[in-house]
Design a protein around this ligand. Structure first.
Ligand SMILES: [Zn+2]
Length: 430
């Protein structure tokens, strides 16, 4: 009986020990691992994809008024070879086009003439051109690899968004993109001290330098104490920005600034002027209407000008945001309270139809600027201001919540402590 007990115990122990032994990692088993010795093959050194270990490399900089022929004749490349290169690559690249100051690389044979194998030149940050003289003569434009990095930025703006973003080592391209996103919410000419910005975005890097800004994944702007979220969402085949409720961040303009009888003259770079009786550009839309008809601002904005001046007569000019400005001419009267600096809401009456200035009948001449250039108000491609439709709203809100949560978790950097010296009174000795 006793023997049997010991037998069972011993086999149990053996089983347990071997179980643990087998589950040990290799090196703890104290087994010698025999490795097959191999000579490692050295990696070839590559420059722009060309092996250079058995060739010479010369780096240079294009001098002012220096020609390709001049650089390459010192490397045994004849005028005939350059002519062939130019012919072979006509459709790809104008090989004679060198930029003074630009860097180039020559990979050459280690012969006495240092015969060029390749001439490589970078016309821009994102591409390099190879002129090949080895085997066959050709030129090839290559794109450099682009690295996409997601970045998060949280800044308190003290002077301008431009400065704040550049201080964080990002690009002016990001500034432009954000001005576009928040054009209707934030007056970038009136950034208040303490305005805050958070943004999650993609930076595209080439050789460690920013070549472009990719997707803006989330953005937040605190402007004069008001908070704005910008949530990107693919809606009707394009990505646009919405607030947390699904409203478009863009606003639209009124179709017309007044109730009019007819359009008496359209925007045209050249038309016969009825008063001056000569051909000249008409950079506005004329709406014929009875004297005294109220004229409304087509969008929210700030009055830039409101006065009488020459051919314009009584006129009002309104800036809507960083991109859009409108102007209303020939008013019989400017509405009360409309003067430079005054804020107006879309649809507010700013004046009344008349025929002051150069006009032969009561009408409103309406002018429209987009990004500083006069455009045809009837044809301008205005951004969509449609919100998310009811069918997609629930899905959108789930997405918006996660984007908001992500933005809220981003903390602003602590302000740097002010350096202060505390003077302790010296102990007095009696
Ligand atoms: Zn006109």
């Amino acid at each position: 009986m006793k023997t049997k007990f010991w037998l069972v115990l011993t086999s149990l122990t053996i089983a347990t020990v071997s179980y643990f032994y087998l589950s040990l990692p290799e090196k703890e088993k104290n087994v010698e691992n025999i490795q097959v010795a191999s000579t490692p093959i050295p990696e070839p050194t590559l420059l722009y994809g060309f092996p250079i270990d058995s060739f010479g490399v010369i780096k240079g900089r294009v001098k002012w008024n220096q020609f390709l022929a001049e650089i390459l004749e010192e490397h045994n490349i004849s005028g005939q070879a350059l002519y062939e290169l130019s012919k072979a690559s006509k459709k790809v690249y104008d090989v004679r086009k060198l930029k003074a100051g630009a860097e180039y690389v020559i990979i050459h044979d280690r012969d006495s003439l240092k015969t060029a194998r390749q001439f490589i030149f970078e016309p821009s940050l994102t591409e390099y051109v190879v002129y090949n003289f080895q085997d066959s003569i050709y030129a090839q434009v290559n794109q450099k690899p682009v690295e996409i990095v997601e970045r998060t930025l949280a800044v308190e703006i003290n002077s301008s968004m431009y400065e704040a973003i550049l201080e964080q080592n990002s690009s002016p391209i990001l500034v432009n993109r954000l001005v576009d996103v928040f054009a209707w919410q934030v007056d970038f000419f009136r950034i208040a001290k303490g305005d805050k910005l958070k943004v999650v975005f993609e930076e595209q890097l080439v050789d460690g330098e920013i070549s472009d800004i990719g997707e803006i994944k989330a953005a937040y702007f605190e402007h004069i104490g008001k908070e704005y979220y910008a949530i990107p969402y693919a809606h009707k085949d394009k990505i646009d920005f919405f607030d947390e409720e699904g409203n478009s961040l863009r606003k639209t303009f009124l179709r017309a600034p007044l109730n009019f009888k007819r359009i008496s003259s359209r925007y045209s770079p050249r038309r016969f002027h009825p008063v001056q009786r000569r051909y000249k550009a008409h950079l506005g839309t004329d709406y014929a209407a009875a004297t005294g008809t109220p004229i409304r601002t087509v969008g929210d904005g700030v009055v830039l000008e409101a006065r009488y001046h020459g051919g314009n007569g009584n006129y009002v000019k309104i800036k809507h945001n960083s991109n859009y400005t409108t102007q209303y001419l020939h008013m019989s009267k400017i509405a009360r309270g409309i003067r430079p600096g005054v804020k107006v809401k879309q649809g507010a009456t700013i004046g009344y139809v008349g025929q002051t200035g150069l006009a032969n009948g009561p009408h409103l001449c309406f002018r429209f600027w987009k990004n500083g250039r006069q455009v045809d108000a009837l044809k301008v491609d205005l951004p969509s201001s449609e919100g998310i439709d009811t069918a997609s709203l629930e899905t959108f809100k789930l997405h918006a919540d996660s984007v908001r949560e992500r933005l809220d978790l981003i903390k602003f950097p602590e302000p740097e402590p002010l350096l202060a010296y505390i003077k302790y009174p010296l102990p007095t000795v009696d």
